[in-house]
Write a protein that binds this ligand. Structure first.
Ligand code: DON
Length: 304
């Protein structure tokens, strides 16, 4: 398959639609300033072949895509004990919802909603990991240095009223071991990490390689069964209350972020990242989703 030609065609189809629909995330001032006139797409195959088009080399705020890597790190360090504090069911609710937490005694539905990622951050802190460990892991996975934007982290902290509520609520149920301020500090900083589509497609490569490092096949990032499970969670929970729509229209495990990025996995074949900042009502990139649908249609690649 000529992936470069396919990505160039998708870029040509999407570019005229830029700015027509959707809204850039506005609840975080530093994100509200990003131009919606941008679109990037990049992929890396299991064997290391790469293709990219549009703004694929432009770094953007990975936001909730960071939850994929914090989960991976927590699985590496804690194994199955992680699941004592966090569920594995789709929530069917927005990413920042509080409604299920009370009924479920502060145990988040899954590691990809905010409550779940905050619980993962708590576990990582107890293990001695901070945002530095995540940056180190991401830099190692994509084979070049990855940084975060301190202004976005500050902006998250200043406007993250719901996340403060979620974390305090879980603390009241005894579900966080560390101080709320420390847990949120890690969560806000991981959301402020910046990566390009190319870096993201490379970093997530272990998910299409049975858990093996994207650049070093002799290194296991996670076990084969853990990689399969991360993919299962991405498919069922990675795009929040739009997970059913993503499975229906795209048919691939995906993880999105309100910076407008979406990373998708074709197990055993490739990882793909799309980015366009304007979002739909569920907080997923509108044109990113459209581009993934074009890719699945054009290549026939799907897990179904
Ligand atoms: O917790 C928040 O509000 C953000 N920093 C991250 C949210 C996010 O990316 C949700 N994903 N679509």
């Amino acid at each position: 398959m000529n992936f470069q030609a396919i990505l160039d065609d998708i870029d040509a189809a999407v570019r005229p639609l830029l700015g027509a629909q959707g809204q850039v995330a506005s609840y975080i001032p530093a994100l509200a300033r990003v131009s919606p006139q941008q679109f990037g797409i990049a992929l890396r195959t299991r064997d290391g072949l790469e293709a990219a088009s549009g703004d694929a080399a432009t770094p953007f705020s990975i936001q909730s895509m960071s939850k994929l890597f914090s989960l991976t790190m927590a699985m590496q360090h804690l194994g199955d004990t992680l699941w004592q504090r966090i569920g594995r069911e789709p929530s069917g609710n927005p990413f920042n919802s509080l409604v299920q937490l009370e009924n479920e005694q502060g145990k988040p539905r899954n590691p990809f909603i905010n409550a779940g990622a905050i619980a993962v951050a708590d576990r990582l802190l107890s293990h001695g990991d901070g945002v530095g460990s995540l940056l180190e892991m991401l830099s190692d996975l994509c084979n070049e240095p990855v940084h975060l934007d301190p202004e976005v982290a500050r902006s998250e902290a200043e406007t993250g009223f719901r996340n403060h509520a979620v974390a305090n609520f879980m603390k009241s149920f005894g579900k966080l071991d560390n101080p709320v301020a420390a847990v949120l500090d890690l969560y806000f900083h991981q959301c402020a990490i910046r990566m390009s589509c190319q870096q993201m497609a490379r970093a997530a490569g272990y998910l299409c390689r049975d858990g093996h490092h994207p650049y070093r096949t002799d290194v296991a990032v996670v076990t084969e069964s853990q990689a399969r499970r991360v993919n299962a969670l991405m498919l069922t929970c990675g795009t929040y209350d739009a997970a059913g729509e993503f499975a229906y229209r795209i048919g691939l495990p995906c993880k999105s972020g309100v910076g407008g990025g979406i990373v998708a996995v074709v197990p055993d074949q490739l990882t793909l990242c799309v980015w366009s900042p304007a979002l739909d009502a569920s907080g997923n990139s509108l044109l990113g989703m459209h581009a993934l649908e074009l890719f699945a249609g054009r290549t026939g690649l799907s897990i179904f």
